[in-house]
Design a protein around this ligand. Sequence first.
Ligand code: ADE
Length: 227
Amino acid sequence: MKIETVTIFPDYFAPLSLSLLGKAQNSGILNFVVHDLRGFSTNNHHAVDDTPYGGGAGMVMLPEVWGQALDPILVNDTDLIILTPAGKRFDQNLAEKLSASKHIVFACGRYEGIDDRVRQHYSSDQYCARNIRVHEISIGDYVLGGGEVAALVMIEAITRLLPGVLGNPESLAEESHNEDGYVEYPNFTKPPTWRDIAVPEILLSGNHAEIAKWRAAAAEERAEKNL
Ligand code: ADE
């Protein structure tokens, strides 16, 4: 999978070379490319933003700079993710869908966001015909300083689903997941007692059927508490 990010802060993406993602890149499963948006600005001060038409606070990112950056990157069959708190909420289901993509481009906006004509332009029929799919995505109902951290969150959630990325390939297949794809029951490891708190006896029993029952009940209890 090829993943490209477009940002005015390329350094935000340094963690992509760490840990499992770094290894996946070395082994050729993943290919990350980070583009500095400012390099596509043709005006004197390398500006990337301007004041909003209609007035109001803050700055809006210039469509021409984004167009220059995205045109060469958006090859056929690409998912373009525009990060914005106004987007569709990212979840495990979307992570799974995007893990089937060959090429994902993350457009990381700052300030009050990117001129909406960028979204409109790349959503038009000519791009649809080239299998370029535009998604406006939010990672949660809060406002970040920009899309970079949101892109990192999405990259981690998507790429860990790819074969060969996780250290232990069995951990994805064998874990028991809820319908959203994550483990809900509480986990324990050694020692059997820590600060006077004992691991539930059943987990030490080796009785897998009973352990599965206990975990299902504990997951339900935890889910109810977190409602
Ligand atoms: N940019 C600013 N806030 C964001 C959020 N919650 N999700 C995605 N991109 C953002």
